[in-house]
Structure formats: C-alpha cells, structure tokens
Design a protein around this ligand. Sequence first.
Ligand SMILES: *[C@@H]1O[C@H](CO)[C@@H](O)[C@H](O)[C@H]1NC(C)=O
Ligand SMILES: *[C@@H]1O[C@H](CO)[C@@H](O)[C@H](O)[C@H]1NC(C)=O
Ligand SMILES: *[C@@H]1O[C@H](CO)[C@@H](O)[C@H](O)[C@H]1NC(C)=O
Ligand SMILES: *[C@@H]1O[C@H](CO)[C@@H](O)[C@H](O)[C@H]1NC(C)=O
Ligand SMILES: CC(=O)N[C@H]1CO[C@H](CO)[C@@H](O)[C@@H]1O
Length: 398
Amino acid sequence: MYNWCSLLAAFLLTQRVGYAQRQEMVMMQYFEGRMSQLEDRLARCDRDMQNYEQKLYDLSKEVRGRLDALNVFKAEVKSQMESAVMRVERVERELEYLETEGPKQPCVEIDEALLEQQVKEEQQKKKVQINLGTDCNMALSAVKSLKIVKRAGDANGSWLKDPSKGSGKVYFFSGSKNSTFLEFTSMKNFTEGNFSQAARRVQLPFPWQGTGHAVYNGFLYYHRADTANEILKVHIRNLTVSDRTLLQGAGRMPAYSLSPHTFIDLAVDELGLWAIHADSDFGGNLVLTKLDKGSLGVEHTWDTPCKSRDAEGAFVICGTLYVVYNSRYGGRSTVQCMYDVHDTIHSEDTPLLFFPKRYATHSSMHYHPKEKLLYSWDEGYQTVYKLETKKKNKVPSI
Ligand SMILES: *[C@@H]1O[C@H](CO)[C@@H](O)[C@H](O)[C@H]1NC(C)=O
Ligand SMILES: *[C@@H]1O[C@H](CO)[C@@H](O)[C@H](O)[C@H]1NC(C)=O
Ligand SMILES: *[C@@H]1O[C@H](CO)[C@@H](O)[C@H](O)[C@H]1NC(C)=O
Ligand SMILES: *[C@@H]1O[C@H](CO)[C@@H](O)[C@H](O)[C@H]1NC(C)=O
Ligand SMILES: CC(=O)N[C@H]1CO[C@H](CO)[C@@H](O)[C@@H]1O
C-alpha cells in the first residue's frame, strides 16, 4: 500500500517535472520569438531612422540653399535701393548747387549777411562782452535753412571759421588725415576766389586726423594723427606747438559711429573749448570735456547719456551738447540727444530737432557762436545751417 502510494507519488512528481520542463521550453520559445520580433522592429526602426535623417538632411540642405538665394536677393535689392537713394541724393545736391550757382549768387548774399551781422556785432560788442560767461542761457530751438556754399575737396572733411573777434578767416581741411590745410582770408575769397590761388596752404609740423578741428584766436586745436588721444594747439602764423595734452580715455573708438575717422571732436561755443569723445569703458557713450583754451588743461568732464552709435556729429551751444543722428546710408539728420552741463535742458522734455534737408551725410559740424551758424561738410559740399535759439526754460529743481 505504502509502495503503491510512493510509486504514485513518484509518477506524479515526474509528471509534474516533465510538465514544468515543457512549460519552460514553451516559455523559452515564446521569449525567443519576441526577441527576434523586437530585433526586427529595432532594425526597421534603425532603417526608418536613417531614412528620416537622410530626409531631414536633404530638407535642411534645400532650406539652406533657398536662404542663401534669398540673402543674395535681399542684398541685391538693398544695394539697388542704396544706389537709387544715393543717385537721388546726388541729383538733389547738384540741383541745389546749381541753384546757388545761378545769377542770384546767394553765396554772396550769405557773405553780405555775415558782414552785416559782423557790423551789428561790432556795435553790440560791449553788451555781448558783459553777457558772455555770466548769462549764457540759450538753447537750440530749430535748425533752419541750409545753404550750399561750395563744392570742393574730398567726400569727407571739415571747414570752419575762427570765431574770435576780428577774424573772418576760413579754414579748409579736406579728407580725414593730412598735414596740410588751406586758409582763406575771407568767406568771399573762399566762395569766389580761384581755389588754388586764393588760399594760403599751411603745412603743419604734425599731421591732423579726423574732422574735429577747432580754430580760436589764431590757434588751431587738433587731434594729432597716429596718436591715440594727443591734442595739439598750434599757432597758425608761426606754426609752433604752443601746448599739447593727452585726453584720457579717448582714442579707443570713434566719437561717432557714422564718422569713423574722428576719434576726438573739438568744439567752440560761447563758453570756450570743448572735446567730445566716446568711451568704450562707458558703454560707448559720449564724454564731454571742458578744456582750458590757453593751457589745454581739463577743467571738467561729464559722462553723458548720449550714444555714439548712429551718431554722425555733435556741437555745443552754451554748454549744451547736441548730438546729431542719422542712418548709415544718409538720411534726415536729427538732434536726438542733448546734454546740458548746467542741467536745465533735458532730452526728454525737448522735441526732436530735424535738419531741413532730406538726404545728407555730415562728416563734420562746427558751430560758430557769434554767427549762430553750423558749418558742415556733406559729401564734398560745404554747407551752412542757420540755427534758431531761444532762451532756456529755467526748470526749477525739485
Ligand atoms: C593731403 O592734401 C593734399 C592736397 O591738399 C593732397 O594732394 C594729398 O593727397 C593729401 N594727402 C593725403 C594723405 O590725403
Ligand atoms: C586758377 O588758377 C589756375 C592755376 O593756379 C589757373 O590755371 C587758372 O587759369 C585760374 N583760373 C582763373 C579763372 O583765374
Ligand atoms: C608764435 O606766436 C605766438 C603768438 O603770437 C607767440 O607766443 C610765440 O612765441 C611765437 N613763437 C615763435 C617761435 O615765434
Ligand atoms: C568717407 O567716410 C565714410 C565713412 O563715414 C567712408 O565710408 C568713406 O569711405 C570715406 N570716403 C573717403 C573718400 O575717404
Ligand atoms: C582780401 C584778400 O585777401 N583778397 C584776396 C582774395 O583772393 C584773390 C585771389 O583770388 C586775391 O588776389 C585777393 O588778394
């Protein structure tokens, strides 16, 4: 009984073991099947992936190709637009120049107007002398008319007058670097004279750079070429260097991004001599420095909020810096930033001041404090802007 029982148990056990073995094999087969299915899918996936990558690559190649074509097209359109604008601008200037060359001779009119003004100034001299320094509370209110006085010299350059008493001389700096310049005895000689004969050709002991020169009381102040920031004061008659100074912080970037040759711009106003430069340590903003006319010593320096980016020039009136902006292709110049060292004028409260002409590229602007004129250089044309001023609004400090 016991044996039979154990036999049965053994039989059942082997059955069970056999069953378990079969079960295992089935499972193994099942797993193998799944594995090979998965492997198949993986392989398919791989192929798909490669396909997909290839397609993506082809697509991006095509897109790149089209973008390139588009860029070429864009550049073409842009350059065509630019040259069209430039041509319009040229024709416009030629027309204006021819008009001024006409029988009415407005250049002479200017000269006469200036003479008249000078006579009046002579009469008012005493009054002016009392006012100077103590009561300089003028602000620019408008840039009025434009006169094209002459067409001479390079595309870039500068011309200016000596604003000190009794001098009507005109100084002419063609180009952006040279060691010579021309001196004319009067505006009349400049506009009418035989250009090569009327002028005195002055050869400086050291070359100048940029378009930011200033003349005052028979002295020329200029940025010495091939130095970072050396300013020279040279007596124009005997050509001796009477003073020199280094303008700290200047010379690492152009003062105005649209006039890349000028690193230091000098200006004369009712209060004296100023230097304008852009400082890369100061976000490329303009720095205004008051210099002593006599010794070139720095009297004071102001960091202004005015940017050098897209600026083409600047001038100072009664201690207020006016910065003129334009576009790279020449457009309508606008005073968009001012900085008043007396803190009575604020850019935010002042409307934009537009220049009268539509297309212009100014390589220099020099303010004449007595005449209230801006002597500027517009692609080889010597032009004069008449400025209108008003009394500064006394803003009560809060
Ligand atoms: C300097 O000016 C003279 C004429 O004014 C010109 O002939 C010469 O080429 C100029 N030099 C440079 C370096 O521009
Ligand atoms: C201007 O000067 C040049 C030489 O300096 C001379 O050849 C020319 O004839 C002069 N023109 C006039 C109108 O005097
Ligand atoms: C040049 O002129 C200035 C002003 O008249 C004078 O101070 C200076 O001594 C002169 N220099 C020479 C070398 O003649
Ligand atoms: C004049 O200056 C502009 C930059 O303001 C420059 O692109 C141009 O080449 C200059 N022209 C000459 C003749 O030097
Ligand atoms: C006042 C003066 O110097 N005038 C000069 C103007 O230019 C002519 C030559 O074009 C000279 O002969 C004059 O002397």
